[in-house]
Design a protein around this ligand. Structure first.
Ligand code: AMP
Length: 627
């Protein structure tokens, strides 16, 4: 079976790994780095991904997309906070979803995520020397149905066969527990760039059983950056007499970067200085403004207090749902870059009463675990069984706008549950099944995953029809719902696709566009390579010409081909033109070299005699003009 990779598609950074000789290993990207920033930049026709995209962000704030994971699978009305914070433009899509607007061209979050996936996979394919087509991709345990589906679709758009979507904390536990003997109860505390997950698992003899999971899909390291930005901007506003730097996208982007840097420094230092020269213009004097602020760890901890408070509740919830006390947890694994913040580690210690395990690399362990699962699914890893749970309850809306649960949260998946419902009115010809996800008792407070209709119910008194609703959650945590009227056997079903997930046709179109883009990218690279080799040949020819004299014919031929190379390299030339010019140049250069020896041995040439412009500068020591 073909090799399959594991991918941690992170809010801030992404990592790709594979099984090698029985152990998962991280694959470096083309830049030689083990993590790739989850950043995509659009520059004219060009798309940049990773470090290069991140590096040019300040100069191209509106064309650089960060943290797309915060938008994936979400509806426009759910992401108003995120929209305000993004330095790039985010608009409402035609379907109530979210689009990134790059100079008028709209991209779905799935497409942007696909660009990141493609970079990871292309680089890894090159590294391995074989094309990768299969992957396991991780998502926060707390991702809902549409976020999971959207992530699967991103994989499809990137041309991948997504073998499985697995939860990040579960993946971390897989990597951690792969070689463990004996039973252990583990709590994974995963605080990444944008999401927070807590998962409690039982590990023993290759069986990884998730007992419970809880979290917050809107809490992560970048909220800490944001807290710093708010403080910086507010302070600056006070001190500058009202200049709000947040209004300027470029200034905002610079502050976000500086805030993240300061936060990371404060994981090791107790004090740091944020300094941003020329951050804006004084509205009155029109002189440049300079932002310089000292930030101590204590002040930082004060700024992030509201965020730190929010990590407690999910930990307590996960313990309660697993029916365990903190003391029964044997190991605490820290996952995600934001767990490097000392105040976060402190909270973990306080809530769980023990030192976290420091043997796992919080940046890489999720991808490593995904690679293990990819190995399980392709047969290269044996004797590992993963039993995961659904993080949120799933149900239907029933009379009085009530949410009736079919599958409670923390049920082991895959699972299938049925329940029978009936009609509310006499001779009701159809029912609408409204599928809900969430823990709230009223339908309107939960996430609506979609609606579907079952019609053709034969005329019956209210309460008589028996309508069996079945929910089927697959191993990816994705729901398929069916409804069946028992007397007729008539069925209706949906694989949940609400407004935020893409239709098959849309995915198809995006796959094609992405492929076309990849093709265009490859062509651009090829043209660039052709130009490069022509230019290299030109430089070499110029050097030879400056060092050696040849016959006048050879010289004028070479000069002509050099001039042509010059103009082709500096204009929009076709690949064919570039190829033939390179060939011409190489052959003119060979003729020139032959002319050199001919004139050296007293042959036909007399180029040393003049006509070269400045022969004295270029004559080789052993060059003898023809007599
Ligand atoms: P992840 O999603 O796991 O890649 O986590 C990324 C988050 O971790 C980002 O918000 C980073 O700023 C943050 N992070 C990475 N390294 C550190 C560090 N040394 N101290 C504090 N936060 C960090």
């Amino acid at each position: 079976m073909a090799k399959a990779v594991g991918i941690d598609l992170g809010t801030t950074n992404s990592v790709i790994a594979i099984m090698e000789g029985g152990s998962p290993v991280v694959l470096e990207n083309a830049e030689g780095e083990r993590t790739t920033p989850s950043v995509v930049a659009f520059k004219g026709n060009e798309q940049l991904v990773g470090r290069v995209a991140r590096r040019q962000a300040v100069l191209n704030a509106e064309g650089t997309v960060f943290e797309i994971k915060r938008f994936i699978g979400r509806r426009w009305d759910e992401v108003q906070e995120e929209v305000k914070r993004a330095p790039y433009k985010v608009v409402q899509g035609p379907d109530g979803g979210v689009r990134v607007d790059i100079a008028g061209k709209l991209y779905t979050p799935e497409e942007v995520s696909a660009m990141i996936l493609r970079k990871l996979v292309d680089d890894a394919s090159k590294k391995l020397g074989e094309k990768i087509t299969k992957a396991v991709i991780t998502v926060p345990a707390y991702f809902n149905n549409s976020q999971r589906e959207a992530t699967t679709n991103a994989g499809k758009i990137a041309g991948l066969d997504v073998l499985r979507i697995i939860n990040e904390p579960t993946a971390a536990a897989l990597a951690y527990g792969l070689d463990k003997k004996g039973d252990e109860t583990v709590l994974v505390f995963d605080l990444g760039g944008g999401t927070f997950d807590v998962t409690v698992l039982e590990i023993g003899d290759g069986v990884f059983k998730v007992l419970s999971t809880a979290g917050d899909t809107r809490l992560g390291g970048s909220d800490m950056d944001q807290a710093i930005v708010t403080w910086l901007a507010d302070e600056f506003k006070k001190e500058s007499g009202g200049v709000d730097l947040r209004a300027d996208r470029q200034a905002l982007q610079r502050m976000i970067e500086a805030a993240e840097k300061a936060k990371m420094e404060l994981s090791n230092l107790t004090e740091t200085t944020i300094s941003l020269p020329f951050i804006g213009l004084d509205p009155v004097s029109k002189t440049p403004l300079y932002l310089e602020k000292k930030l101590t760890r204590a002040k930082f901890e004060e700024l992030i207090q509201p965020l730190l408070k929010r990590v407690r509740q999910p930990v307590e919830q996960a313990l309660k749902d697993a029916n365990l006390s903190a003391a029964q947890i044997q190991e605490v694994l820290l996952v995600g870059g934001a767990t490097r913040v000392p105040a976060v580690q402190q909270i973990v210690k306080e809530v769980l009463g023990k030192e976290p395990n420091r043997t796992v690399n919080p940046d890489e362990v999720v991808a490593l675990g995904a690679a293990v699962q990819a190995g399980v699914l392709t047969g290269s890893v044996e004797d590992v069984v993963l039993l995961d749970v659904t993080p949120l309850s799933l149900g239907v809306e029933t009379k009085g706008s009530v949410s009736t649960v079919l599958i409670p949260r923390n049920t082991t998946v895959p699972t299938r549950r049925s329940e029978t419902f009936t009609t509310a009115d006499n001779n009701q010809p159809s029912v609408e099944i409204h599928v809900l996800q969430g823990e709230r008792p009223m339908a309107g407070d939960n996430k609506s995953l979609g609606r579907f209709k079952l019609d053709g119910i034969p005329p019956m008194m209210a309460g008589m029809p028996q309508i069996e609703v079945t929910f089927d959650i697959d191993a990816n945590g994705i729901l398929h719902a069916t409804a069946k009227e028992k007397s007729t056997g008539k069925e209706a079903s949906i694989t949940i696709q609400n407004t935020t997930t893409l239709s098959e046709q849309e995915i198809d179109r995006m796959v094609k566009e992405a492929e076309a883009n990849a093709e265009a990218d490859r062509k651009r690279r090829e043209s660039a390579d052709l130009k490069n080799s022509l230019d290299t040949a030109r430089i070499q020819a110029e050097r030879v010409m400056s060092e050696k004299q040849s016959t006048p014919e050879a010289k004028s031929r070479l000069e002509a081909t050099i001039a042509k190379a010059h103009s082709l390299v500096n204009s929009d030339s076709s690949d064919a033109e570039l190829r033939s010019a390179t060939e011409e140049l190489v052959s003119a250069l060979q003729a020139y070299e032959q002319g050199v020896s001919a004139s050296t041995t007293g042959g036909t040439g007399n180029s040393g005699q003049g006509g070269t412009g400045k022969p004295e500068d270029v004559i080789d020591a052993d060059f003898k003009p023809a007599d």
